[in-house]
Write a protein that binds this ligand. Structure first.
Ligand code: IVH
Length: 675
């Protein structure tokens, strides 16, 4: 840090205090931080350093003089029997070694002395103290400002991993009183689940599992807390009466035996180098844990040494944290580009001012889709919170509206595909390119067209699609149907027989039903089911290509989004060209127009179970639908027929139970006139 005059220091200290107070308020009171933890720590660090250089400038109301935030008034206040301190941080192995040296100096031990430490994960949650009297849970409080916390007893009682009565053993009898401390946590998967539900309900999302845990614990209505999946993992004790612990290792052992969840994995380390080993290992594996970790905590094992080392006003000298590399940072969003995926989905991607996040330089982050953009309210030019977790693509957590200048611009969905210039259509939360021949999705289109439920060309997998495109043999999807044996023979892995095989398969695929053909086109919003509806209602490709949205909207099951997508799809010149080229290659498309009014299956629901002899399940279901019936996969009272093949499953039992009419395969064929 550069040397400051006293006057400059005074000014900077004031600035820092003001900023830190504001961020404390955002974090603790509003549960809505606007800077990353890393940036907050940086501000604190600078303030502490200045106050160390100019100690007479320290005032009792400086944020360095307290830990955490004052309790919210709605909760009752609880004074901790012993203050809940915070830890000093090391950010790398060297800083960990420095802490070790300091401890030895304080104990007047030689530099090469070996201290026994306990190293454990530092859980990224919210801390809580729970009081047990005669083995019974009596009170729970948040840390608050370290001296006074908030009474969250009814909320804590809903946490299933918090024992309401302690278990006594010979080794660890019940203490008359024990204040147990630990972290309230939400598992990463439960956090994601919760956010998903909140997104579906249009509620604001939690930024991370810690905010979710803290927000859930500090609910005025304990019923809400009860619905959230919270855990309590213990890491220490405050006041203890009636039991004597000699080491921290004892404490963990006792807590485990009383019935608490304790930190895992813990390591009893001989000397700091073993601690560092553990630190590096955990940092590497942090993604494998079900809870979010932000570092390790290192504690001198001997409690007698704790006494001798003592504490400073804010933190103990016998314990310290080793923080992992942070994975959230703020930076500026300078532009948005659009990426077209293999299925034609267009993803907005943020271009960022490069920033180091958790050891990796990040200059791009996904914005997922336009619903997300809208929900988060991000704009071009915004300062944003960026997050990286494991190997996943970095994402924008949220913008920081407080840092806006007024020059930010909204992020609009793309009207045209950035790769081919075709129009885009909306499908749910996504925008898609309508051009079936768009180079960005050619391989994907080939895969989709040849998939089992589309044209069913076995042997045309991922690899071959890639090869055909890369070698220039297929430049648009229709080229597939003009492939010759010679073309295939030029590719690795093809011999005369295998090449002929594929050619035969492609030829066979040209004889197909209208619904399969439509599904194969990959029209946004037209899945298998919709393709069937369209085929039955309109009867021919021509009808569909000429239908306007008014006609389409008359069809039951077709909504405005799908109608618009179909119209846009067929008004794209390139799509009409590809379709024409496909048809010219010799397609024979079976109409499935609904003409049946007299079939015995009109309006009936049919379920198949067991293996059929004369046809596949798919064929049987298609037959039912062709005859005006509905094929279903589960039996209910509304089922009209259950057709039973060989080795029928539970559906057969269910049919018997419900008294649904049961047919053998032969009886079914007779009924539909195919016997
Ligand atoms: S021991 C004197 N052990 O980190 C404080 N704390 O910065 C002793 N934390 O307030 C804390 N995991 O909320 C300890 N295994 C662990 C921890 C842990 C998470 C939190 C705790 C504490 C903060 C300290």
């Amino acid at each position: 840090m550069k040397k400051l005059s006293e006057e400059e220091a005074r000014k900077r200290i004031e600035e820092l205090r003001e900023q830190i107070n504001y961020h404390n308020y955002r974090y603790y009171v509003l549960n809505d931080p606007v800077i990353s933890d890393e940036e907050y720590d940086e501000l604190m660090r600078e303030l502490k350093e200045l106050e160390t250089m100019f100690p007479h400038l320290i005032t009792p109301d400086s944020p360095t003089q307290r830990v955490g935030a004052p309790p919210r008034e709605e909760f009752g206040a609880v004074r901790h029997a012993m203050p809940m301190l915070s830890l000093e941080d090391a950010r790398n192995p060297d800083e960990l070694r420095e802490f070790d040296r300091k401890i030895k100096r304080a104990l007047s031990l030689p530099e090469n002395a070996i201290i026994e430490y306990v190293a454990e994960p530092k859980y990224d949650g919210t801390s809580m103290e729970v009081v047990y009297e005669m083995g019974r849970f009596t009170r729970a409080a948040t840390r608050g400002d370290g001296v006074v916390g908030e009474d969250v007893t009814p909320n804590a009682r809903t946490i299933k991993t918090l024992p309401l009565r302690l278990i006594a053993t010979d080794r660890w009898p019940i203490p008359s009183r024990i204040d147990v401390r630990g972290e309230v946590l939400m598992k990463k998967k439960d956090f994601e689940e919760l956010n998903k539900e909140r997104m579906e309900r249009g509620e604001s999302l939690f930024a991370n599992p810690r905010n979710a845990a803290a927000g859930s614990l500090r609910q005025l209505d304990p019923n809400i807390t009860a619905r959230r999946k919270l855990d309590f993992v213990t890491w220490g004790v405050g006041l203890v009466e009636g039991v004597d612990f000699k080491t921290h290792w004892d404490v963990i052992d006792a807590l485990k035996s009383y019935g608490f969840k304790t930190s895992f994995p813990v390591k009893l380390a001989k000397g700091i180098e073993e601690v560092i080993e553990y630190y590096l290992e955990l940092q590497d594996k942090r993604d494998d844990f079900e809870y979010e970790l932000d570092g390790i905590v290192v504690k001198v094992n001997s409690l007698e040494l704790w006494e001798r080392l003592g504490t400073t006003a804010r933190s103990p000298r016998y314990a310290f944290a080793g923080k992992f590399k942070p994975r959230q940072k703020t930076t500026r969003l300078i532009d948005v580009i659009y990426q077209v995926g293999r299925t034609g989905i267009i993803t907005p991607v943020a271009v960022l001012e490069p920033v180091e996040v958790g050891g990796v330089i990040v200059s791009r982050a996904t914005l997922h889709n336009f619903d997300e953009v809208k929900r988060k309210g991000v704009m071009v030019g915004d300062y944003v919170l960026v997050q990286r977790a494991g190997d996943v693509i970095p994402e924008i957590v949220k913008p920081i509206p407080e840092r806006r200048t007024g020059k930010e611009k909204p992020i609009e969905p793309p009207e045209r595909c950035p790769v081919c210039g075709a129009e885009t259509v909306r499908e749910g939360a996504y925008y898609k390119c309508v051009n079936i021949a768009c180079p960005a999705k050619l391989k994907g289109t080939l895969r989709h067209m040849s998939s089992r439920r589309a044209l069913d060309i076995e042997g045309l997998g991922e690899k071959l699609s890639q090869l055909l495109v890369d070698r220039g043999l297929v430049k648009d999807p229709a080229d597939l149907f003009y492939l010759r044996k010679e073309d295939l023979l030029s590719l690795p892995g093809f011999a005369d027989k295998s090449a002929q095989n594929l050619i035969d398969q492609i030829e066979r695929a040209k004889e197909t039903s209208l619904s399969r053909f439509l599904y194969a086109l990959g029209i946004p919003g037209v899945g298998e089911h919709t393709a069937k509806i369209l085929a039955r209602e309109l009867g021919s490709l021509e009808e569909l290509m000429n239908a306007d949205s008014i006609r389409l909207l008359q069809i039951e099951g077709i909504g405005p989004e799908t109608a618009q997508s179909i119209v846009k799809f067929f008004s794209e010149k390139r799509n009409r060209e590809v379709i024409e080229k496909m048809l010219k290659s010799g397609f024979k498309i079976r109409s499935e127009k609904k003409k049946v009014t007299e079939s015995p299956l009109v309006g009936k629901t049919v379920v198949f179970t067991g293996a059929l002899k004369t046809m596949t399940r798919d064929e049987a279901q298609a037959l039912v639908e062709e005859l005006g019936g509905k094929a279903s996969n589960s039996v209910s009272r509304k089922t009209d027929f259950v057709v039973v093949g060989e080795n029928p499953g539970s559906k057969y039992q269910k049919a018997l139970q419900l008294g649904v009419k049961i047919l053998t395969e032969e009886e079914f064929l007779k009924l539909v006139g195919k016997a």
